[in-house]
Design a protein around this ligand. Sequence first.
Ligand SMILES: CC(C)=CCC/C(C)=C/CC/C(C)=C/CC/C(C)=C/COP(=O)(O)OP(=O)(O)O
Ligand SMILES: O=P(O)(O)OC[C@@H](O)CO
Ligand SMILES: [Mg+2]
Length: 228
Amino acid sequence: MIDWKNWRHITKLDPDKILRPGDIEDIATSGTDALMLSGTLNITEENLTLLREQVKEYGVPMVVEPADPSAVLYEGIQGLFVPSVLNTPDITWVVGKHQYWVKKKHNIDWDIVVPEAYIVLNPDSSVAKVTKALCNIPVEEVVAYATVADRYFKFPVVYIEYSGTYGNPDIVKAVSEVMENSVLYYGGGINCGEKAAEMGQFADTIVVGNAVYDEGAKALIETVKAVK
Ligand SMILES: CC(C)=CCC/C(C)=C/CC/C(C)=C/CC/C(C)=C/COP(=O)(O)OP(=O)(O)O
Ligand SMILES: O=P(O)(O)OC[C@@H](O)CO
Ligand SMILES: [Mg+2]
């Protein structure tokens, strides 16, 4: 297994978006610890495979984070990061999709599976809409979810997710103070060194997604430098 617990910086690449060859090289050589292939909308085995083929030659650890059991990749990747969303009333996104997945797929390589406890906090994100996450919750409730994930369910990863917008550092700080064993991920709206450094004080690992597409590789490199 890859040493994912020591990653400081993950670049999240969306199989539904286009990257030019030059961009791919710049991303892969940016110093990011891993490439995570993931998105909520329009993810298929086909576009996941195409993206994997584009990035694999650089030798950066590559992991897949599936949004649905119908689009999972098993070959040529080093990890399968599987989300459960904690702050949704719809159990489908906590354990339902997972049960369906295991029922259909009998030979899962559990050694590469890393369960993630998502706390989704941007109501405008695709992931919030799809999972009907209850995003407008006070910090005490976020901390309580994170504590349940860390101590009770013993999720390897707790993921504070603001996909598409920059989140509240006070919330990430408060969560970081209660984490004992889980690795704390922060993702959402990081598009420069300052924001990377700010969230990187509290999160073990920061995740940068949209900035790669909206700002380009130069901004990505700044975010890497800020946390390493
Ligand atoms: C059990 C299996 C194999 C799959 C189910 C996994 C579950 C429950 C996923 C629920 C949450 C989810 C849809 C996660 C996908 C990862 C993620 C948060 C991607 C970022 O999404 P956005 O940035 O909101 O979406 P777009 O980039 O597509 O707009
Ligand atoms: O795309 P951004 O806003 O950087 O968010 C990163 C990641 O947490 C999305 O799942
Ligand atoms: Mg996205």
